[in-house]
Write a protein that binds this ligand. Structure first.
Ligand code: GN1
Ligand code: MG
Length: 382
């Protein structure tokens, strides 16, 4: 029996239903009948679906519609994905993993015409990726063990890509994680749109203005040659780390759309701002959000044995700033989008982006108030 989730999804506001996606899924030569398609994960940019097949071999794959307002040249995403996954596979074949461990690299599935994507008649850009069977991920961190595994996964990823020259990859999203660019955009938006002056909005305006000079810290270090571009993931938040459903060990890192040249600090900061916020980035209890430094220690203890080999003295020096900055930057990005009328991040309720911004700013405050402890953790585990 074919079962579909009821309800309509917003695919270009054309009122398509999940059932309408069968012909899309079939473009990718599934080895069996499509028996279910459902929305998958909580992505803020692309539309993601899990396709289930009635098949002997692989029973699922991931179908995605790329948001081309954000990723203007989606072919470049596929180019980067091919180069980076081929490189990781090459390294993986020669790597010795810890006892009992496995590591999986998502595969791009090709269409009937052997292309890595399919454009429908609306011009939507679709692509399909293998699903890592026997795995799961969580939107918020569960415990110290989970935190260590997330750190390990990011370390594996950085390690495998540490010898891929970043200039082999395209810049698929110009300005991504460049805090001064987000500040410029924020200023433009503020000049154009009138913000309602609620206490929450005032808090955000004030919060940003007090930190804007400091927010250049990583880009200044890069301009001075103190930090170098490498191949990065771009979005190593907790739910992009796949865990083995039985052992809980990290076995893959997914969502490779932002793999491109960048500072590893963007990744370290993003991973920690995501993992060390036990309430999760979508909580409505923004007043009680805090940064858990025990989790921070666990993530870094998982990360450094894998990645420590290529980190320089300067790299270590900027780790604390990266944690503080990426939390602040994400708050700034959410708040700017709120002011602009929610044009970038998908929102699921009114004022959603404002609430998300408040969560990140509270987290930033908590990071700032624990600067000493965090610096000690970084020093201890070097
Ligand atoms: C976006 O779509 P998703 O959830 O994978 C965003 C990230 C943010 C994240 C916050 C391309 O990622 O930078 O950290 O939301 N991706 C892009 O949840 O902007
Ligand atoms: Mg992403």
């Amino acid at each position: 029996m074919i079962e579909y989730q009821s309800g309509r999804i917003d695919l270009n506001s054309r009122g398509k239903t999940l059932g309408d996606l069968i012909p899309v899924a079939e473009q990718f030569k599934p080895q069996g009948e499509v028996i279910d398609i459902r929305e998958f994960g909580n992505g803020n940019i692309n539309n993601t679906f899990l396709v289930t097949l009635n098949a002997k071999g692989e029973k699922h794959f991931i179908l995605q519609r790329i948001n081309t307002r954000v990723f203007r040249q989606p072919e470049l995403l596929m180019h980067n994905m091919r180069i980076s996954t081929e490189h990781v596979r090459f390294r993986l074949e020669r790597a010795r993993l810890g006892a009992g461990r496995r590591w999986e690299v998502p595969r791009v599935l090709l269409t009937q015409d052997s292309l890595d994507h399919w454009a429908d008649s609306d011009g939507s850009f679709w692509r399909a990726i293998s699903f890592i069977e026997g795995s799961q991920s969580f939107d918020a961190i569960r415990d110290l063990y989970h935190a260590g595994e997330v750190g390990y996964a990011l370390g594996m990823f950085h390690n495998f890509l540490s010898d891929l020259p970043p200039d082999r990859l395209a810049d698929t999203l110009e300005g991504f994680h460049i805090a001064p660019r987000y500040l410029r955009l924020y200023d433009e938006v503020l000049a154009k749109y009138r913000a309602s002056k609620s206490p929450e909005v005032n808090y955000c305006l004030q919060f940003i203005s007090e930190r804007r000079a400091w927010a250049h810290v990583l880009e200044d270090a890069r301009a001075q040659g103190r930090l170098l571009l490498r191949t990065i993931h771009g979005d190593p938040k907790v739910n992009n780390i796949m865990l083995d459903s039985v052992t809980g060990q990290a076995i893959s890192i997914v969502d490779l759309d932002t793999v491109k040249p960048g500072l590893v600090h963007y990744d370290i900061g993003d991973c920690l701002r995501s993992c060390c916020n036990p309430l999760g980035e979508e909580t409505e209890q923004w007043e009680t959000v805090y940064f858990d430094s025990d989790l921070c220690r666990a993530v870094l203890e998982g990360y450094l044995p894998m990645a420590g080999g290529f980190l320089t003295e300067n790299d270590f020096y900027y780790i604390y700033d990266s944690i503080r900055l990426i939390a602040f930057e994400l708050g700034l990005r959410f708040f700017t989008d709120h002011l602009k009328g929610d044009v970038y991040f998908t929102v699921r309720r009114p004022e959603h982006n404002l609430a998300r911004a408040l969560v990140q700013f509270k987290l930033t405050e908590s990071i700032e108030s624990q600067a000493k402890e965090i610096l000690t953790i970084i020093r201890d585990i070097r």
